[in-house]
Design a protein around this ligand. Structure first.
Ligand SMILES: [Zn+2]
Length: 43
C-alpha cells in the first residue's frame, strides 16, 4: 500500500490503485499527492 494525501480535503489514505481516488471527496489525479513513510510529499 502507498500513502496519499488529498489536496482538496486534506485527509491521508492508503491505496494500491494506480490512480488513487480520495475516499472522502472523490478527488483524483493532480489533487492527490503520494507520501513517503515520513508523511512528506513525493515529487
Ligand atoms: Zn479528498
Amino acid at each position: 500500500m502507498k500513502k496519499y494525501r488529498c489536496l482538496l480535503c486534506g485527509i491521508e489514505f492508503e491505496s494500491d490503485e494506480a490512480n488513487p481516488v480520495c475516499p472522502v471527496c472523490g478527488a483524483s489525479g493532480e489533487d492527490i499527492v503520494e507520501l513517503d513513510e515520513d508523511g512528506n510529499e513525493v515529487k
